[in-house]
Design a protein around this ligand. Structure first.
Ligand code: MSP
Length: 593
């Protein structure tokens, strides 16, 4: 049905476009269940973060966007470890009025400001372990080629026309606003100034001749795309919001500005008096990265997952798919949307002085600690509030005490003197619950633990798929608690290796706990890569044994051999996660109102 509608749409612009659609269409129109073709496209996955404005230094919100994409991508690599099959891009958005004005205010040439801030993003992402395969800057020559080519395709399809644009423009948000989205507020000198209702940023009245994109033609195709692909935008409430927007009128969109007003950008091909609208310029980055306009980009497109903040949903879920459809391409496969971080209940802003510097946080809380915090506490469906005490409390309780303590309890020399992965005794822990016998020691709660950990990888994968990474971490954390309960219940420190009655059960308790830890370590890799590496190395799990495909939990319980049984543990490398001092709580407290 979808396919027919796109063909109808393209019918207006000529038969030659049909072949382009054939190139892209079949991969996109899946049946919903996994077919051989889906499997083929499933073999590759292209993740993207938004590209970041270079008007100011990065803050924790930016890092959060990148971390979500990183965790999704790393989880995907764990599922299919062939790294050739994943691509992950990020970068900086360097053109437009916002940057032009920021450079002027800073007394810098735009290129200077761009170089400086882009470098800060690159450094931050490197320090934070963002495993991107590409970093793009929109000021690169390859991007200009891609944007101008894309523009040419839209033009040749009759989707651009020249017309008079008159309305409000918000330079901070780089967007046009209808009258209903503008309000008046008292300015610094007491007079009333127009601002965006949503962002509160100043707007100005613009009246000029521009190139206009026939966005209005795409309302129905977009509705059909979304209705036919209920998972296109995740979490669901955002999908719903976009459909609601599409119930309203969808006016055509101005996609260029007069060069005399906006010179910092990519000129319209064949018309130097106009500069391409920065959002059209920016969105095309997703194609530039994968080689557009060269045919190689078809390998990755549309097996794409865009990770974005809620403030840029309209650009990604309406403008971008419309541009793509207009150019004869499929919309991206998935758009994952997250909400924002506030600080002590307030939006982060330079003027409030409450911007949280992510590099300081990485230093204070360690890279893995801060990654864990943001991903464990950040809920995509609604905004989250940041304050330092929360970081210390969470990391101490979940990483230092619960997980680190568990590892320590099961590997410490006094409990595990042979420093091996001990044997599992099926007589002590038979696979059938409720069996009675002199050697049976397992209790009902122990079976509940085995069942919880056995189903954990699938539950975690489902949470990743629904973009609820915090729930995946919550599930892991709950299993860690359950495992600690198991150890506490059976108190291995009270059992004696020299007793023929105790020894098989002691060995089994440690075996089960180490197996649980192996699952936790494997599942934590996308979020806390170094900590997970440390944990798995201590357990003696080799690098080739760390993918999800190789994660056979507690095989001895299910009657299979266990490759780890009897294996020497890895070397002791100190505490898994150092306990943080509450006095490390700093800056943000001082700003609390
Ligand atoms: N340049 C555009 C994106 C173009 S993509 C083709 C842009 N840049 S941005 O720097 O303003 O924002 C980049 C990302 O950071 C967005 O996903 C945005 O939602 C996210 N965040 C900005 N502030 C944030 C918080 N306070 N909290 C969480 N994410 C935040 O928009």
């Amino acid at each position: 049905m979808l396919r027919t509608s796109f063909l109808r749409l393209l019918g207006r612009t000529g038969a030659s476009k049909l072949s382009l659609l054939e190139d892209f269409g079949p991969r996109y129109y899946g049946s919903g269940s996994l077919s051989a073709r889906d499997d083929a496209s499933d073999a590759r996955a292209y993740f993207t973060t938004p590209i970041f404005y270079v008007n100011a230094a990065p803050h924790i919100g930016h890092l959060y966007s990148a971390l979500l994409a990183d965790a999704l991508c790393r989880h995907r690599r764990l599922r299919s470890p062939s790294t050739a099959a994943t691509r992950f891009s990020t970068g900086t958005d360097e053109h437009g009025l916002k940057i032009q004005q920021a450079a002027a205010t800073a007394g810098l040439a735009p290129t200077e400001l761009c170089d400086r801030i882009s470098e800060q993003f690159q450094q931050l992402f490197q320090e934070a372990g963002i495993s991107c395969t590409d970093f793009i800057r929109t000021t690169e020559a390859r991007h200009r080629v891609a944007v101008q080519q894309f523009w040419g395709v839209l033009k040749s399809r009759g989707l651009l026309y020249k017309g008079l644009y008159e309305g409000w423009y918000c330079a901070s948000d780089e967007c046009f606003l209808p009258e209903a989205k503008v309000t008046w507020q008292p300015g610094p000198s007491g007079d009333s100034l127009p601002v965006s209702l949503e962002s509160g940023h100043p707007v100005s009245w613009t009246k000029e001749e521009n190139y206009i994109f026939r966005l209005s033609q795409f309302r129905e195709p977009l509705q059909r795309w979304l209705r036919g692909n209920p998972q296109a935008i995740t979490p669901e409430p955002f999908h719903h919001v976009v459909l609601q927007w599409l119930d309203e009128e969808l006016p055509d969109l101005s996609v260029s500005r007069r060069s005399s007003h906006l010179h910092w950008g990519i000129p319209v091909p064949g018309d130097d008096s106009q500069t391409i609208y920065v959002w059209l310029d920016a969105l095309v980055n997703y194609l530039t990265v994968i080689g557009y306009p060269n045919a190689e980009f078809k390998f990755w497109w549309p097996a794409t997952s865009h990770i974005i903040g809620k403030d840029i949903l309209k650009f990604h879920a309406i403008y971008w798919p419309a541009f793509l459809l207009g150019a004869g391409m499929s919309p991206p496969q998935r758009i994952y949307v997250h909400s924002h971080w506030t600080v002590c209940g307030q939006k982060m802003s330079k003027s409030l002085g409450n911007v949280v510097d992510p590099r300081t946080c990485l230093n204070r809380y360690t890279v893995d600690g801060f990654r864990y915090f943001l991903l464990r506490q950040g809920v995509p469906n609604w905004d989250c509030d940041y304050y330092d005490e929360k970081v210390v409390k969470l990391l101490n309780s979940e990483l230092a005490d619960a997980l680190g303590g568990l590892l320590n309890r099961c590997t410490a020399k006094r409990i595990n003197p042979s420093e091996t992965y001990p044997a599992f005794c099926t007589n002590c822990f038979p696979s059938e619950p409720g069996l009675m016998g002199p050697s049976v020691r397992a209790q009902a709660e122990d079976y509940a633990l085995v069942s919880a950990v056995a189903t954990l990888p699938k539950r975690v994968a489902d949470h990743y798929d629904n973009f609820q990474i915090y729930k995946a971490l919550e599930a892991v954390s709950s299993c860690v608690r359950q495992t600690n309960g198991f150890v506490q219940r059976h108190a291995p420190w009270k059992l004696n290796w020299d007793s023929p009655v105790d020894a098989p059960w002691l060995s089994t308790v440690l075996h089960v706990a180490l197996e649980c830890l192996r699952v936790f370590g494997t599942l934590l890799q996308p979020v806390t890569p170094s900590l997970a590496d440390k944990l798995l190395s201590r357990l003696g799990v080799s690098v080739s044994e760390r993918s999800l495909g190789k994660l056979y939990f507690l095989p001895r319980f299910y009657g299979h051999p266990c490759p780890f049984e009897g294996r020497r543990l890895g070397p002791e490398t100190g505490v898994l996660f150092p306990k943080l001092d509450q006095s490390r709580t700093w800056v943000v407290k001082a700003h609390r109102t």
